[in-house]
Design a binder for this molecule. Structure first.
Ligand code: PLP
Length: 387
């Protein structure tokens, strides 16, 4: 029987021993063998249910990996201790000395820094391209081995055409790796559009309660095997207790994201009517330049939006006047968060880099939570009155 996402999120592995509604937490770092000969089974690699050491794999973690694979329509998935562990391990699993990686210029800041400052130390060339050039990567850098990108883009929620990036990368047989954190597996499934590997900061929507750091990669069985081999050596595994927290969160992922989509739409429409807001960035409003692309590749427009005010001072005053929303970095949780990109995610960027990222001083990024929408509108209205 094929089931839909909300069902897959709830029903994973069963507790066969006691028939508990939840799959147990196997808080063991090591697992005993029945006889010493069992180790041969592990070495042969064909017994997936052979657990030896929890950095390699763990039943509680596997349950969540299987759910994520199902949610992203992948063959397999692997969990990590953070989104950055997922990103760095995945890139390093496929890149080697002498290779070229092409990345979108407007990326999550730390992924950008990893590609700019650390990858070149390994003798791997990195080139950053604007989105339009990413559609022509086969012409610009035909030697590219990996193309790394994300959509919607932080903080402006502009959308990149996944199909166009994939089409170009395929012409040169480059591997595509896409960060799907902003959309979540509910709103967008890049593997269906031909992306090879999806990565997530599961700290965000998948965890959803701002209480667990985690990351994930989803892909074919073969690619996940290669990433797991790298993970065993780099060591960025998740622990079973955090995996259990993710399991609990994933059960409500669909309802949370559906509600966040609805509230973000209402808020975007509210901000569009406010004279103190110069620009509103949300892919779900028909006036957005990303609306068409988003409609093609997303099932929902997401819980992230961005507004632009006239100056950094105005943006600060607005954020500091809020009573319900928290002035905090990160995203995807049940609580609404606001953050000023030039003071948070983009703080170390030069004027040229900010210009290229299309980030201005007056921007405020909003991660919509699950509070009552009228309470949020009231809070934002009062804060606008205060500036
Ligand atoms: C889009 C995106 N990707 C990756 C990351 C990194 O994830 P983590 O903080 O879980 O390492 C973040 C964190 O903010 C993010 O926003």
């Amino acid at each position: 029987m094929t089931t839909k996402k909300s069902t897959q999120s709830i029903h994973g592995r069963r507790d066969k021993l006691y028939r508990g509604a939840n799959f147990p937490i196997y808080a063991s770092t090591t697992f005993a063998v029945e006889t010493s000969d069992d180790y041969y089974r592990y070495v042969s690699g064909d017994d997936e249910e052979f657990y030896m050491y929890s950095r390699y794999s763990n039943p509680t973690v596997r349950n969540v990996e299987e759910k994520l694979a199902a949610l992203e329509n992948g063959e397999d998935a692997i969990l990590f201790s953070s989104g950055m562990a997922a990103i760095t391990t995945t890139l390093l699993a496929f890149l080697r000395h002498g290779d070229t990686v092409v990345a979108q210029r407007r990326l999550y800041g730390m992924a950008y820094r990893f590609l700019r400052d650390f990858i070149p130390k390994l003798g791997i060339r990195t080139h950053f391209l604007d989105e339009r050039d990413l559609y022509e990567v086969h012409k610009k850098f035909p030697e590219a081995k990996v193309v790394y990108f994300e959509t919607p883009i932080n903080p402006t929620t502009e959308c990149v055409s996944i199909e166009k990036v994939v089409k170009s990368a395929r012409k040169i047989a480059a591997l595509t790796i896409m960060d799907n954190t902003f959309a979540s597996p509910i709103n967008q499934n890049p593997l269906d559009l031909g992306v090879d590997i999806v990565v997530h900061s599961a700290t965000k929507y998948i965890g959803g309660h701002s209480d667990v750091m985690a990351g994930a990669a989803v892909s074919s069985t073969k690619s996940i095997k290669a990433i797991r081999d790298a993970m065993k050596a780099f060591g960025g595994c998740i622990n079973p207790i955090d995996a259990h927290l993710l399991d609990r969160s994933i059960k409500t992922l669909q309802v949370r994201v559906d509600r966040q989509n609805q509230t973000a739409q209402r808020l975007a429409e509210f901000f569009l009517r406010q004279s103190k807001v110069l620009r509103v960035f949300y892919p779900g409003v028909p006036s957005s330049r990303s609306y068409k692309v988003a409609r093609r590749q997303m099932d929902g427009f997401g819980g992230m939006l961005c507004i632009e005010m006239k100056s950094l001072e105005t943006a600060k005053k607005f954020c500091d006047s809020l009573k319900v929303a928290l002035n905090a970095t990160s995203l995807g949780g049940v609580e609404t968060l606001v953050s000023i990109p030039v003071l948070t995610s983009h703080i170390k960027m030069s004027d040229e880099e900010l210009h290229a990222a299309k980030v201005t001083e007056g921007m405020v990024r909003i991660s919509v939570g699950l509070e009552d929408v009228d309470d949020l509108i009231g809070d934002f209205k009062d804060a606008l009155d205060a500036v």
